[in-house]
Design a protein around this ligand. Sequence first.
Ligand code: PEP
Length: 252
Amino acid sequence: MRKPLIAGNWKMNLLYSKVPEYLQTLSREINAKSHLKRDQVDVLLAVPAPFLGIAREYGEKNGILIASQTVHEKADGAFTGELSIPMLKDLGIRWTLIGHSERRQYYNETDAAVALKTKACLDHGINAIVCVGETRAEREGNQTETVLKRQLEAVLQQTGKADNFVIAYEPVWAIGTGLTASDEQAQAAHAFIRTVLRQKLGGAADGMRILYGGSVKSSNIKGLMQQPDVDGALVGGASLDPVEFARIVDCQ
Ligand code: PEP
């Protein structure tokens, strides 16, 4: 049985001074849903780097996991502006996103770079949420499976283990556009991803969580979560409002 993971990605939004209030509101809203058992779903927020410390402090008090939005594969060195795994661990952060499509698109993160970062995380016992997904042109050109396989195999060649490893399927055409993959499109992509994972990791792939991301809202989460291979969500825009994000957490 895979425990659902509902992850928010604030991207470059919100303010340090608003973090405590956000986390307290989110926790209060989740707790107000009396049918929702806190231990039945993992809730996570990927926050901007300057917020990691305070978000961890308030996240811990409120049962919410905190993640970085990216990480560098090297432990230290002359890499201005970057953030290392030992720095995250020292702050008490145990999760990070890797290879979000915005990192791939705007910062030239290649499949090889994503693979190295993932390997570094798994080697150091940090949980990696690795994002994969096709562009609109790739989907229209029937390249979805080819792209997913290429992105996944690059990572799997470096890693070879399922622990601490979550995949987020995020069709690029659905991110921040208001377009969502249909429940059937999401299930088909997730089932394909699990098949690729199984080829490399065997039965361990059945325990891995595969999240869906792309314009997830409280109005579409339930249908997505009913799909057998959808184990949670990675939520961008709708995670900026703690009341709406709590409704998404209440997704079963
Ligand atoms: C994301 O940032 O990963 C994302 C899916 O964004 P949105 O929910 O806004 O489409």
